[in-house]
Write a protein that binds this ligand. Structure first.
Ligand code: ARG
Length: 713
């Protein structure tokens, strides 16, 4: 969502207020002046943002390339689309180059405010509330809201009421989300459970295809692109008119030159040419562009978010696996684990503390996530500071070119900053790729299986040294001489905080060489938390009857899976949602499993499905959904130990709990356990052990979490 700060001001083509940008963009040497500057010529010399852009010779344009035909990536990883082509033309008219920054739609407002970008083109609708935070140029396109459904589903949407029976998918932060919320849910016309909010519009369309959502609401043209797949169809349009414009920082002196360029481009027929090329619209289909103040205001306004500070992030450099703008995605052998690191700068005004998370946000193909999971920042990272982000990935098995995207997420769940990308080529012939942590020396090899862990986890170091007099392995700061080790060996270490380990090799000729490996340790996080979980009707139903499984989960979540008797009904489900299922006769155990880096939480409810209505009564008993048990924490520490040593299993539960059980590998070890407690478990056999904590309420609803530990020799 564009983060709009309430700061009432009438939009005016000649801004008179100073922008509040606390951090100028790289190369921006002065804040925008108060004067409205016009393009070169008889006008006074440009000031503010326009002067900075001219001095730099480059206009930095923010976009959000998840919205074809406005902005998208081509098959060969180049940015393209109507907004991209228009920005290039604007650059030409201003006499400067254009540099694009692909960012989460949510983050464009913040990026403008801190001066990270000079302008944003991302099919952005003009709304009064957004005007409180940014300035808009004259509009360059008139769009409309539309609805997409599966073809032949018999759905027609003429008004918001028509959406009532359906599960509706929408992109977070768009005017459509706000419209569905304010004109639908807040007025009681739509069920909150039926609104599924996605960060990525493409994911909403994918779930529509899979039958998990019934209708997707967005701008007409992106939905028309989706409807090229004949299994989908536009089932409503003209839902509300959108005036699309370039967004600028408040008071930016770029307003006049960009408005003049837009005016010329329209008069010369260039806008129409772009519309024909990218939007498949001919002159007659184009809405006439009304003056910015004359057109109908979009009926939907972005929700007002009050933030004390602005989140922004800029990419400084790729620290590993630079793909040179996808010109040379480096080779990584199929199935090989690797790390990607970027140096970024916090150029916002908020300090990144725990809860700021680098999150995978898609890629050219679904496999481009490459097994990456959301990775928390080891903060605090103050405004202005740089920070090195690293993610652990595994190259896909199928040869090809992969480009995955990552975005920063703040604790409110809003994405911001430059979209970070990792591009690799998986070659058909496996390429021997040295593990990134291997040392280059031919006589000393010092490696570790993982260099990024959570507190409580362990890593294994291995080394092979030839021609050595003596070898020492120690954590930095520990005494060296007490830590002599054999020349070929391995060692399990469970550092509680970020620690550097050294291998000190005294060669036979007396020379000393040191190799270092740093293990980054993130504070351990909790498993996802269930805010609600219901299955209605519950108890007993008859064959043919359907149930609604509803859930809402919070915390750090990477995946949500809904299942009946452990058979997946919906994988990759949203944080809160509803899934309808019509089970066959027998027992039906409905579960929602939420996994994240802190562990897995599951909510479970059983019901019985009988063949016919028993004589004299109704077959359904619908107990009112009870208050859920809450698992506050469930940990195993350490989670990797040597044979013959012990670990501690600790838990704490609250909420509506009547029974707590602890299982190890499905064997009940504690029943009616205390609500907060711990046990020591000593293990004598190698292997992986799964501990599970069940907390049940007296309505038969069970929440459980699982954690595992490995015992090595
Ligand atoms: N026009 C809508 C809005 O401004 C949606 C824009 C979404 N843009 C995007 N690049 N995803 O809210």
């Amino acid at each position: 969502m564009l983060l709009f700060l309430p700061a009432c001001r009438q939009a005016s083509p000649s801004p008179t207020t100073e922008p509040t940008s606390p951090t100028p963009a790289a190369g921006t040497t002065q804040p925008d002046g108060g004067d409205s500057a016009t393009a070169e010529g008889d006008a006074p010399a440009p000031t503010g943002a326009w002067a900075a852009v001219r001095d730099r010779g480059r206009l930095i344009v923010g976009t959000s390339a998840d919205y074809p035909p406005f902005a998208f990536y081509t098959d060969d990883f180049q940015l393209d689309g109507y907004d991209i082509a228009l920005a290039r033309l604007l650059g030409e008219r201003l006499g400067v180059d254009v540099e694009f920054k692909d960012m989460a739609f949510d983050g464009l407002g913040g990026a403008l405010q801190v001066g990270q970008i000079d302008a944003a083109l991302a099919a952005i609708s003009i709304t009064d509330q957004r005007r409180e935070q940014v300035d808009f140029t004259n509009l360059y396109f008139v769009s409309e809201g539309a609805a997409l459904a599966r073809a032949h589903a018999g759905i027609t949407i003429d008004d918001i009421e028509d959406l009532a029976p359906y599960r509706v998918g929408v992109q977070a932060g768009t005017v459509y989300q706000v419209w569905l919320q304010e004109s639908g849910i807040d007025k009681g016309l739509l069920q909150p459970d039926n609104l599924l909010v996605y960060t990525d519009a493409g994911k909403a369309v994918a779930d529509l295809r899979n039958g998990l959502v019934d209708v997707v609401v967005a701008d007409l043209l992106p939905l028309e692109v989706a409807a090229r797949d004949s299994s989908l169809a536009i089932v409503g349009q003209g839902l509300n008119r959108q005036r699309i414009a370039v967004a600028l920082a408040k008071g930016s002196t770029l307003l006049s030159p960009i408005n003049e360029a837009l005016f010329d481009l329209q008069n010369e027929g260039e806008l129409a040419r772009l519309a024909e090329l990218y939007l498949d619209l001919d002159q007659t289909e184009l809405h006439p562009l009304p003056s910015p103040e004359a057109g109908a205001t979009a009926t939907a306004e972005p929700e007002r978010v009050t933030t004390a500070c602005i989140d922004a992030m800029t990419l400084i450099e790729d620290l590993s696996l630079d793909d040179d703008g996808m010109r040379f995605p480096p080779p990584v052998s199929p199935g090989t684990p690797f790390q990607k690191s970027w140096r970024v700068q916090n150029n916002g005004t908020c300090t990144w503390i725990n809860g700021y998370i680098l999150t995978p946000v898609g890629g050219n193909v679904p496999q481009a996530t490459m097994g990456g999971v959301p990775t928390a920042i080891n903060g605090p990272v103050a405004p202005g500071e740089t920070y090195d982000l690293t993610v652990n990935l595994v190259a896909p098995l199928v040869p090809g070119i992969y480009q995955g995207f990552w975005s920063m997420r703040n604790p409110n769940g809003l994405l911001f900053g430059d979209r970070l990308s990792v591009g690799i080529t998986v070659p058909a012939q496996p390429t021997p790729t040295p593990p990134p942590t291997a040392t280059p020396s031919p006589t000393i090899s010092f490696t570790v299986d993982r260099s990024n862990i959570r507190a409580g986890e362990c890593v294994t170091f291995s080394w092979t040294v030839t021609n050595a007099g003596a070898v020492f392995f120690y954590a930095q700061g520990q005494p060296i001489d007490q830590n002599q080790v054999p020349p070929n060996d391995s060692r399990l270490e469970c550092p509680p905080v970020t620690t550097t380990y050294n291998l000190r090799v005294v060669l036979s000729n007396g020379a000393t060489e040191i190799r270092s490996l740093r293990i980054d340790v993130q504070p351990s996080t909790e498993a996802p938390l269930f805010n609600s979980f219901t299955v209605t009707p519950g108890g007993q139903i008859v064959v043919g009857q359907c149930v609604d499984v509803r859930w809402s989960v919070s915390g750090e979540v990477t995946n949500i899976r809904v299942a009946r008797n452990d058979v997946t009904l919906w994988n990759g489900a949203p944080l809160s949602g509803t899934s309808r299922d019509c089970p066959p006769a027998g027992e039906a155990a409905y579960s929602v499993e939420a996994s994240g880096p802190g562990g897995t939480s599951r909510a479970l409810q059983n019901l019985t499905v009988i063949q016919a209505t028993p004589a004299g009564g109704t077959a359904t008993a619908t107990p009112s959904p009870g208050q859920l048990p809450v698992i506050n924490s469930f940990t195993v520490n350490p989670n990797q130990i040597f044979v013959g040593t012990c670990l501690t299993v600790a838990w704490s539960v609250s909420g509506n709990v009547s029974r707590v059980q602890l299982r190890r590998d499905n064997v009940l070890v504690l029943d009616f356990a205390v609500f907060s407690g711990n046990v020591t478990d000593c293990l004598n056999t190698e292997g992986t052990y799964v501990y599970r904590l069940d907390a049940a309420n007296n309505q038969g609803q069970v929440i459980f979490q699982q954690v595992s530990a490995t015992v090595v020799r």
